[in-house]
Design a protein around this ligand. Structure first.
Ligand code: ARG
Length: 604
């Protein structure tokens, strides 16, 4: 399969612009000529919501007519008169107050889909024109503790955004993942102090430090911190010593961080998150830059002292009383803050990493923080206007009671426990569906289904809202879930097994593709929208558009498969043509799920 796919790929690299863009670009020069005084008039082409109005429609004519003070239907007529889309569409129709409807020709669809099938790496999806250097800041847990459910969304969403950008821009090296871990705060002062007190042996030989249960260790240290004033003072002292790069403290710190990192990495691996140690550039990495951040702000005359603290007052930021809201960068006792580190990080990303797009994936509570960081970075000219600064905020994970998701005893749900439970529950689903599979295979399927379900449930929600964590819903075999899509994929694999189909051979016959039945046409049109979805997600960073697309794809496939016999079709050429549709559906499902960080399985 692979050798053949490679050959195909070399022969046939005909990337295709999204159909929306093709239509926009054909209409644009006509609009430019009809409306010479309006800057960049747009046809606003969108997929039609209702197939009675064709496949795509131009919605922009009415607004344009208003600006030109002319009759919208007449303007639409003028556009249609000059427009040449006869190679791809039936003659466009004008509808309602001035919409233009387009219906794609089966012959054109066939040709385009054939090209997509012949391009297994990119599925005919065009590379987005400006391969940008993008930083995606995600995960970034505070390292002293075990990861819990509060870390799940940034980790899942950030990884998916990075994957989609890698594919869209087709320059994986230009997408830089950055995990801004919390590895420089008071928790480390606590842990260092606790180690010195309880295992002085290990504290003086830090290479022997083994923290079997990070959570226990942190809990014990925290308890001492809360109950013992001397311990507390020592913990503060240790934190200051750390910030002053005291050698002994740094030695112990290094080993605690290393241990925490092992915990985190195990979680990433389990979750199929692409995050390597090299992608970690946490708070400690910027600690030496902090004095210079403050000094540079002072040099640029944007620093002000307020009640002993060093602050930046930015236009437009007010507190509840309507007074100017400061961004504090250094407290009166000399300590630096989360914001100071983020300013150092943004400067590094724009200047050193040369990013022209910097994306932060964190919960919505940090919205104001990033607004202020962005405004300050602009004012200090650390991130010039051509660098795009984007915060992708998301809501909280709620329990069945609509309150923040907690264990029965009211603690944070550990990510490790949550992922184990996902796999266990998925195993039950597999047992019920396919009891005769070998245990190893069941386990493997359960892993893919369980983790996939958790990720998909997270991604398929509109990011900004909170979402309720519901095991039964996310593991359902019906509906907008990962198992439904994984099953759709597996079902197509079983068609290939049943027909004993050799994919290599099938792909040598792509010119047999023919689209007649309405379900074939609907499926083909949907397959050809993949690039449009990728382009939109790259631009707007809304992964649920991709989950929706894949869900609809599986549904379209389902009605195709119900109405169009594949292996039992009348003619040999119809069998081949329909198998090609099956193949491309499975390939697109697997590709899309992979962009969502979700694994497919051949059998379920
Ligand atoms: N450590 C932070 C937290 O746990 C997340 C870091 C987000 N990234 C950033 N550049 N501030 O909330």
């Amino acid at each position: 399969m692979l050798a053949h796919a490679l050959k195909l790929n070399q022969r046939n690299k005909i990337p295709m612009k999204p159909i929306i863009d093709i239509l926009e670009q054909r209409i644009a020069p006509i609009l430019a000529q009809l409306a010479p005084d309006i800057p960049n008039p747009s046809a606003i082409v969108k997929p039609s919501q209702d197939p009675r109005f064709g496949d795509y429609q131009a919605n922009g004519i009415m607004a344009l007519a208003k600006q030109l003070k002319t009759n919208p239907r007449e303007l639409a007529q003028q556009v249609v008169d000059q427009l040449n889309v006869s190679d791809m569409c039936e003659p466009p129709e004008i509808a309602g107050p001035g919409f233009i409807n387009f219906r794609l020709l089966p012959a054109w669809l066939t040709q385009k889909l054939t090209q997509a099938i012949q391009d297994p790496d990119r599925l005919g999806v065009d590379t987005l024109s400006d391969p940008k250097k993008v930083v995606v800041d995600f995960a970034g847990p505070n390292l002293a503790k075990e990861m819990h459910v509060g870390h799940i969304r940034s980790t899942i969403i950030g990884d998916v955004i990075a994957r989609i950008l890698e594919f869209g821009y087709n320059e994986p090296n230009n997408i830089i993942r950055q995990s801004h871990v919390g590895d420089w705060g008071l928790p480390f002062g606590m842990l260092v102090t606790y180690l010195r007190e309880n295992t002085p042996e290990a504290a003086s030989n830090p290479e022997n430090i083994k923290i079997a249960d990070l959570e226990e260790f942190y809990r014990a240290a925290k308890q001492r911190f809360d109950s013992d004033e001397t311990f507390k003072q020592n913990a503060y002292k240790a934190t200051v010593a750390l910030h002053e790069h005291d050698q002994d403290t740094l030695e112990i710190w290094k080993h605690i961080v290393a241990e925490s990192r092992i915990h985190a990495q195990a979680i990433y691996d389990k979750m199929n998150i692409k995050l390597r140690v090299e992608d970690e550039r946490g708070e400690s990495a910027f600690s030496k830059d902090l004095p210079d951040v403050v000094k540079s702000l002072a040099d640029a005359n944007i620093l002000q002292e307020s009640q002993g603290a060093q602050c930046v007052f930015l236009d437009g930021f007010k507190n509840k009383e309507g007074n100017p809201l400061p961004l504090i960068v250094q407290k009166s006792d000399g300590a630096y803050l989360y914001a100071t580190t983020d300013l150092a990080a943004i400067r590094f990303r724009a200047k050193q990493l040369k990013a022209d797009r910097i994306i932060y994936v964190t919960d919505a509570r940090q919205k104001l923080h990033f607004q202020m960081i962005f405004a300050c970075a602009r004012q200090a000219q650390w991130a010039p206007e051509n660098v795009s600064l984007e915060h992708v905020p998301f809501g909280s994970v709620l329990g069945p009671d609509n309150k923040p998701f907690k264990t029965r005893s009211g603690e944070n749900v550990k990510l490790k426990d949550l992922l184990d439970e996902a796999t266990q529950r998925a195993l039950k689903v597999v047992e019920a569906k396919n009891p005769d599979l070998p245990p190893e295979q069941k386990q493997q399927i359960a892993q893919a289904v369980g983790i996939g379900a958790v990720k998909y449930a997270d991604l398929s929600n509109n990011l900004v809202g909170d979402y309720v964590f519901d095991w039964d819903k996310m593991l359902a075999m019906e509906g907008n879930t990962a198992p439904y899509l994984q099953y759709a994929y597996a079902r197509i694999q079983s068609i290939f097994r049943k027909g004993d189909i050799d994919t290599d051979q099938l792909l040598a016959n792509t010119d047999v593709l023919q689209l007649d039945a309405p379900e074939e046409l609907t499926l083909a049109k949907h397959l050809l929208r993949y690039g449009e979805i990728i382009e939109t997600v790259v631009r707007d960073l809304r992964p649920h558009l991709l989950t929706n697309y894949l869900f609809e794809l599986a549904q379209n496939f389902s009605s195709f498969y119900t109405n169009c016999p594949v292996l039992k079709a009348d003619a040999e050429s119809t069998i081949t043509s329909r198998l090609l549709l099956c193949h491309q559906t499975a390939h697109t499902l697997a590709h899309g799920l992979n962009l969502l960080g979700i694994k497919t399985i051949k059998q379920m």
